[in-house]
Design a protein around this ligand. Structure first.
Ligand code: FAD
Length: 508
């Protein structure tokens, strides 16, 4: 049976990840008079919509939810032949099947996306550090207020693992290696995480469900449409008019008129949809930046004795509480950011049949800030189509000399951290294939004027198209090394507030 899509809404949101959800939440709180609809190409994984897959208790159900997030079945599996490092997709994500590298360039071999209600926010690690130094957006008024609001929406806490027995020792050792000369906010500290520690000790991870919150779920004027691909944003006479949606269940197409359209479809597919809609400002897709990533695994030295406890050999799924998650913040002098976490929450694979004492092996991940250049970009091909029938992506991407120097310094820093903590499991830190960070930014960046170097203004509104907003990591204009979601949710809050202030109540 054909689904009923609304003929008209006040606000249409494309994408149901944390940033699209932030628009729905802020508008539900501030403007309950507005009709709002979210269109999401991926399926609903579980209730409540946007839930993090780690909160799905049954392992088979969780694995199924991850597989259902992995994009159109027509996308061919990545071959990876001839790659220096394997092309690896994290569970719940799918790699761009082709076009990820142009001849003679570095490319982004591991560039990936998620298609599901909740987006990548159903699969993420939930690290939510605040940006510092040159990572911060200098022209944005009230950035700290916006970040605080984003922390509220995501349910961020730096104290979820305060009682992790090895955490204090891990941070003491990292502090000794890194804190000299750093201001307080840039010293080693617990990583703020979007997780909730329940009274019974259980931990749940925030997905878009937490951002939506009860207020959105209870809003009678709000509707979420899963398996609904937005193929066009309708624009006429410098104003947004609505969008065209394809029901993925039966292939039918539907026009939806809207006063405001928010495209929060990730840093690759937001510019793709604008391109497909004929909205093509010069900076669209440009300044693409990924955070080059270095990883290392370390067996903590003498940790049970230092923490004064015996390790629990049957740690099981609660293992994460032993060493918590620690943060070595970005500084302008050291333009990378480190996170140190127990291995069950980290991307570093454990070698062979090694069965460590719970919490005694930590994964280290260092992320580098990129040297921003307009020539690094996602371009779109009007003749070739992707698995959804949208313009195919072509990634143009190179590391500069400065990027190589930053990577070398990050490798030295992760080695310094590892030596402070214990014995590394590998002889050398591992540099992951570009794109592995899953933190792509800059492609719809904000700026202060329509000078060709930005796509939107500080409220997220696209230059020259009244009522069209963009959201997500692509909006971040600075070069950051910290995990970007907290910042992009903060920017979404600014955009949603702007809509809330400026959209007149509907007449009649
Ligand atoms: P997304 O969450 O990507 O959501 C975009 C949604 O738009 C998707 O659901 C997609 O299906 C939908 N969409 C796309 N095109 C269309 C269309 N045309 N029509 C309809 N719908 C469309 N970030 C951090 O800050 N900290 C971390 O610790 C962290 N760890 C991560 C670990 C993993 C394994 C992964 C996968 C990601 C991680 N990230 C982390 C990244 C984080 O998940 C993203 O930054 C965040 O989800 C971005 O939110 P978003 O709403 O902008 O986009």
């Amino acid at each position: 049976m054909t689904r009923n899509f609304p003929g008209r809404v006040d606000v249409a949101i494309v994408g149901s990840g944390p940033c699209g959800a932030a628009y729905a939440r802020v508008l539900s709180e501030r403007r309950p008079d507005l009709t709002i609809a979210t269109f999401e190409v991926g399926p609903l994984l579980a209730e409540p919509p946007g839930v993090h897959v780690k909160n799905i208790a049954d392992p088979a159900e969780r694995a199924r939810a991850q597989r259902r997030s992995e994009g159109p079945a027509s996308a061919p599996a990545p071959a990876g032949a001839g790659e220096a490092a394997p092309r690896l997709a994290r569970a719940g994500t799918f790699l761009l099947p082709d076009g990820y590298r142009q001849p003679g360039e570095d490319g982004l071999p591991n560039v990936a996306m998620s298609s599901n209600v909740g987006g990548m926010g159903a699969h993420w690690t939930a690290a939510c550090p605040r940006p510092g130094g040159s990572e911060r957006i200098p022209f944005l008024p009230g950035l700290d207020d916006l970040l605080a609001e984003a922390e509220r929406l995501l349910g961020v806490s730096a104290h979820a693992f305060d009682d992790a027995p090895f955490a204090a020792e891990v941070r003491k050792r990292l502090s000794a290696a890194f804190d000299t000369g750093r201001t307080g906010d840039r010293q080693v500290q617990p990583m703020p995480l979007a997780v909730h520690r329940h009274e019974d000790g259980r931990v749940t991870w925030s997905g878009a469900d937490v951002v939506f919150g009860d207020v959105t779920r209870a809003n009678p004027r709000y509707t979420l449409f899963p398996e609904a691909l937005v193929t066009r944003v309708r624009v006429a006479d410098g104003r947004v008019r609505g969008l065209l949606v394809r029901d993925q269940r039966d292939g039918t197409e539907h026009e939806v008129r809207a006063e405001r359209v928010v495209v929060a479809a990730d840093a690759l597919r937001t510019p793709q949809l604008l391109w497909a809609s004929g909205v093509r400002p010069p900076a669209l897709g440009r300044y693409l930046n990924d955070q080059s990533q270095v990883i290392f695994a370390v067996r903590l030295r003498d940790v049970e004795a230092a923490a004064g406890i015996a390790a629990d050999p049957d740690g099981g799924p609660e293992i994460v509480r032993h060493s918590g998650v620690s943060w070595v913040p970005f500084t302008d002098e050291e333009p990378f950011h480190g996170q140190v976490m127990q291995l069950d929450a980290s991307p570093v694979p454990l070698p062979g049949a090694d069965r460590p004492a719970p919490g005694s092996i930590v994964g280290l991940g260092w992320f580098c800030a990129k040297d921003l250049r307009a020539s690094d970009r996602v371009a779109f091909d009007d003749r070739e189509r992707d698995g959804y029938g949208m313009p195919a992506m072509r990634i143009h991407y190179r590391l500069t000399e400065r990027d190589h120097a930053t990577l070398a310094a990050a490798r030295a820093a992760i080695r310094r951290a590892a030596d402070a903590l214990g014995e590394p499991l590998d002889p050398e830190p591992i540099t992951l294939a570009l794109g592995a960070s899953l933190h792509y930014q800059g492609t719809v960046r904000m700026g202060t004027s329509d000078d060709g170097t930005s796509v939107c203004d500080p409220t997220g509104q696209v230059w020259g198209v009244q009522g069209l907003y963009v959201a997500g990591n692509g909006v971040i204009p600075t070069s950051t090394a910290c995990n970007p979601t907290l910042t992009s949710v903060a920017l979404a809050v600014a955009g949603a507030r702007h809509i809330g202030h400026t959209l007149a109540p509907r007449q009649g």
